[in-house]
Design a protein around this ligand. Sequence first.
Ligand code: GDP
Length: 461
Amino acid sequence: MIGKLAGWDETIVALATPPGIGAIGVIRLSGKKAIEIVNGLFQSKDLTKQTANTLHVGLLKNNNTVLDEVVLSLFKAPASYTGEDVIEISCHGSPYVQQQVIAACIEKGARLAKAGEFTQRAFLNGKLDLTQAEAVADLIASNSEASRKSALHNIRGGFSSNLKELRDQLLSFSALIELELDFSQEDVEFADRTRLYDLVKRSYSTTSSLLNSFQLGNVIKNGVQVAIVGKPNAGKSTLLNTLLNENRAIVSDIAGTTRDTIEEILNIDGILFRLIDTAGIREHTSDIIESIGVEKSREKIQQADVALYLFDVNTNTRTDIESILQEIKKENSQILLVANKIDNTNEESVRLTFGNLPNVLFISAKEHRYIEVLKERLVDMVLQGNVQTEGTIVTNARHYEALQKISTSLADIVSGMDNKLPGDLLALDIRRCLHFLGEITGEITNEDQLDYIFSKFCIGK
Ligand code: GDP
């Protein structure tokens, strides 16, 4: 654990609710002087004499001016979010009142909190490990049911307990190796190499399943990019409108992505699907006309997680679609063929003609037919083999990188054991794994890294 940060012993204050007008605004203070500072403003009773976890109604007054009538929530160290004395002032939600209250707290000795500083203190006081603290930021930023669920799972220590299990496995492994080292002088052959092997294998598989969850984690956090392509008049914009009418997601921005193309976002079963370059669809500029050869379509298909190729069943033959499919396959392996306009024709014979193309389904974009099937198929394509929504899903690139290093070190141990490497060298590899684990949970970290992580929080959290 690193030492305490600069300004650590100061009492901090910040608005915890979004700035602007609201029914109430909550101002939060944390630190040794939190109670004393608010006590200097509070008129109704002596806060220093109150017990923890209590609410107090009364007036806040500074320099003979009444600031507001407020409700105070009082928490005492160490049983608070930050592990310090914390007071939350619920005042009326006028930005002016809030500013006045914060200014009065500063006048009495508090200072403005930096972004994420409350959670950072919680982390430094051992209330949360780093993965839990990061999950707090993820929860605040969550914009779908799936991302909310995954963040909450991690705040509650879901990921931490996986890491603890991994750590325990490594420590038992290390204990066995140390034992071998202790006896090395006496020429005692280590009794049970199979047990050792089992332990490493188990750690390796724990690590692998966490690593494997990252693909889904990424999807949950950032959404799935879908390119809708097809010849002009295939019905792309009709399909887009049909989907958007029912499922347009209300999202502000999604972390970690730049919005250099215009896109629409759909929320299907809690997963965000980002329809890329929808402006192109509307303007008919990025049609996959003359099949491919149009660079923009190629790029769009490459860039997407899923390429949805829409075609009109009335104007295409099976051979047309097969040859287009060959082209698309070069750019993307996740292809969904969508046969459109089945309302215009004999559905049965159309199904016979196109039915055994790979991953094909039939819809009428205009008549809203089988749109549910299309949505289900999209979700299935994302989740295939990945349906572990109850378990931990790694959503954080920092964790993913550290897990990759752990996995490599574990693979080194396995091959070391295969090559009968001496125990002291194996012990080094284990220490390396434990080091990377510590990096994830924050036991081993540095100030710059912490500042970076917490700077992504909002002020007041
Ligand atoms: P885009 O060029 O691929 O964007 O195609 P549009 O969405 O503009 O559709 C072209 C024409 O096909 C329009 O006249 C639509 O009304 C029509 N269309 C789209 N989907 C369907 C469908 O499912 N059934 C029928 N009968 N017509 C459709």
